[in-house]
Write a protein that binds this ligand. Structure first.
Ligand SMILES: *Cc1c(COP(=O)(O)O)cnc(C)c1O
Length: 424
């Protein structure tokens, strides 16, 4: 049983915050009230005529976005949106207990949740977070912004990229473990594409002495097998946060909507420290549509099309000379592949030359990840549409021929570039 105690783990100044309340919490707006409480402009916004069509009910689906209603402040609580997120993740596979909107924080992408957690728990200049490289870059960016340092426990080597549970447990038992407030795990991992095992997360949640919070970032969970999400586990464990986003499988990176499932107590802290109107009216309207039955149907169809292209890449990449092992898993909308030199070894100079050549001469942009821990010579390739994948496959085949033809190993300039490449 974890000794987790929110009162001693979170920062006292954050624990003391009162959740934001507005006059509309006391006097529900049924649409008939005269709203003179929030200094809004009752005459409404200037709107370009070409988009006013969006306010019309669309083919029986009801108004998608209330554009004239943009003169009003957004709902600071977003309960209907939170309920839809609960409905999506309540599978009863991991627990019989019920998720409710009180278990949720919603924000400007999951990047807001990543940062809000650090601000809620970590004292600048004193506390730390634990991360497992190779992993998502925003954990360390947010830590640095907040003057919080990192404890790094690398993942086990690829292509499995699972958690090194014994090393994590021992780091969380070390003399200064009381300053490690949060442990960020990415599942499925970026850039690894590997789903972390439920038992490894479970054993960290059950650490016998560590008073801290386990954060599982499930940005890619919809590309993993059904019911893989641990979101509903937050009703079983008081020290768990599961982050999700509409940026990936839902195709809504542009609206900036992320969510954190957690205990009502931690959710209350995150909701108290956020800017009151962090989720805007346009974002919540589109998000609610995306999470409706009609929206989910579109998401699942698009996901199926992506998974088909992912399978095609898995079939075709190994047939291209110079493409090495698939490093990592397939539970995501990207794949991590090694680029090989003429000796058949993964090679950062080759990977970097392929990356640059693809972008500069073929108009195909992928991501060089060769400087990440355990990712020597790797490119991360996002799965695109059928036409995009066709174009990518042709381009990388030619590019590898070209690069390996001139033998990147002897090219000192490329080596230097690889050595100094910015890791982001
Ligand atoms: C893309 C991504 C996110 C998404 O961040 P948003 O702010 O929600 O767009 C979060 N975590 C990981 C690991 C990601 O790759």
């Amino acid at each position: 049983m974890s000794p987790f105690n929110l009162e001693t783990c979170a920062r006292p100044n954050i624990l003391a915050l009162e959740p934001y309340r507005c006059a509309r919490d006391d006097y529900k707006d049924d649409g008939t009230n005269v709203l003179l409480d929030a200094n809004e402009n009752a005459y409404g916004p200037p709107l370009p005529p070409s988009i006013t069509g969006l306010i019309q009910p669309q083919s029986g689906l009801g108004p998608v976005i209330d554009l004239p209603g943009l003169n009003r402040y957004p709902d600071p609580h977003q309960v209907p949106l939170k309920q839809l997120l609960c409905n999506l993740r309540q599978t009863h596979v991991h627990t019989q207990k019920k998720l409710s909107p009180a278990n949720l924080f919603v924000g400007v992408g999951s990047d807001e949740a990543i940062d809000a957690l650090i601000r809620a728990f970590c004292r600048p200049g004193q506390d730390k977070i634990l991360v497992c490289p190779p992993t998502y870059g925003m954990y360390s960016v947010s830590a640095q912004v907040n003057d919080v340092s990192l404890v790094k426990i690398p993942l086990l080597p690829g292509p499995d990229f699972q958690l090194d549970v014994p090393s994590i447990l021992s780091a969380l038992s070390s003399p200064d473990a009381s300053t490690i407030k949060l442990a960020y795990f990415c599942s499925p991992g970026n850039p690894t594409g590997s789903l972390l095992s439920k038992s490894s997360i479970g054993s960290i949640l059950a650490h016998p002495t560590w008073n801290g919070v386990v954060v599982v970032d499930e940005a890619y969970i919809d590309f993993a097998p059904d019911s893989a999400s641990l979101a509903e586990w937050v009703v079983e464990f008081p020290n768990l946060v599961v982050m999700q986003t509409l940026s990936k499988a839902f195709g809504l990176a542009g609206i900036r909507l992320g969510a954190a499932f957690t205990s009502p107590e931690i959710a209350r802290l995150l909701n108290a420290l956020k800017a009151p109107y962090n989720v805007n009216n346009i974002t919540s309207a589109i998000a609610e549509y995306a999470l409706s039955p009609a929206g989910l149907e579109v998401m699942r169809a698009n996901k199926a099309a992506l998974l088909e292209q992912r399978d095609r890449l898995l079939r075709e990449m190994p047939t291209i000379p110079g493409v090495g092992k698939l490093m990592g898993g397939t539970e995501s909308n990207f794949l991590l592949y090694e680029m090989l030199n003429k000796d058949g070894q993964p090679d950062n100079a080759v990977a970097l030359a392929v990356y640059e050549g693809l972008a500069e001469t073929k108009g195909v942009v992928v991501r060089f990840r060769g400087k990440e821990h355990g990712c020597l010579g790797c490119l991360r390739i996002t799965v695109g549409t059928e036409d995009e994948v066709t174009r990518f496959l042709e381009a990388i085949k030619k590019q590898l021929e070209q690069v390996r033809g001139v033998d990147a190993r002897s090219d000192e300039e490329e080596k230097e570039k690889a050595a100094s490449a910015v890791v982001a």
